[in-house]
Write a protein that binds this ligand. Structure first.
Ligand SMILES: CC(C)(COP(=O)(O)OP(=O)(O)OC[C@H]1O[C@@H](n2cnc3c(N)ncnc32)[C@H](O)[C@@H]1OP(=O)(O)O)[C@@H](O)C(=O)NCCC(=O)NCCS
Length: 189
């Protein structure tokens, strides 16, 4: 299946909300996301509108979502790239030691899994990371729950390797479990 991979416009917040709420209802959502459906579904439209505006091309450039869109216009998956400057506090996990990007919100609808959408999304996310000039990023990182075998298998297939860093979750349904950091170094670094 062919998907077009693209960034989001600010006015697409309703489609972004629908995809996010679908992701949060996935059977492995408790392994995949820190947010919960119960919290997200209660948020007002203004939350999604501000999130859409901040992450669109008109935002400050520190957040860049990508969606995979089927020929009929349906969004089948998405990832979001966060730019993390060295020493800045991270949204999740250890503070950045180098300038880097961090991929979060990784999701493909069940009916599209195994169909290549995630490869296209990751190619776009990683290529965008290497094009950044302020800062030039040294690596792309992400975290995966120790029990999320399918996601981890994809990350390894794409070329990510475990960095050795781990974070123990302190709250939520997965409290006590570990998130494993994976990284993809800049080519030639
Ligand atoms: C993670 C996700 C985006 C990956 O997309 P996908 O289309 O399912 O990925 P693929 O099928 O291309 O690749 C998954 C790999 O895991 C393998 N796999 C499938 N089920 C598996 C399982 N239960 N255990 C281990 N490996 C598994 C597949 O065979 C494939 O490996 P291969 O390419 O070497 O054959 C998607 O599964 C998803 O949205 N999952 C729910 C949300 C989630 O977990 N997000 C990640 C948070 S870190």
């Amino acid at each position: 299946m062919d998907y077009s991979i693209r960034t989001l416009r600010a006015d697409e917040w309703e489609k972004a909300r629908e995809l996010r709420l679908a992701a949060l209802q996935d059977p492995v959502a408790h392994l995949a996301f820190l947010d919960t459906y119960e919290d997200a579904v209660e948020r007002p439209d203004s939350f999604w509108q501000e999130r859409g505006a901040g992450a669109s091309e008109s935002g400050d450039g520190s957040v860049r979502p990508f969606v995979a869109e089927a020929a009929d216009g349906r969004w089948v998956g998405s990832v979001t790239v966060l730019v993390e400057r060295a020493s800045a506090d991270a949204v999740f996990g250890a503070s950045a030691k180098v300038d880097q990007t961090h991929i979060v919100g990784v999701y493909v609808r069940p009916e599209a899994r195994g169909g290549g959408a995630i490869d296209g999304l990751f190619r776009a996310a990683v290529e965008w990371s290497w094009t950044l000039s302020d800062p030039v990023v040294e690596r792309v990182r992400l975290y995966v729950h120790e029990d999320n075998a399918r996601a981890a298998a994809f990350y390894r297939r794409f070329g990510f390797v475990a960095s050795g860093a781990r974070v123990t979750l302190e709250s939520g349904v997965s409290a006590g479990a570990e998130e494993v950091e994976y990284e993809l170094p800049r080519p030639g670094a």
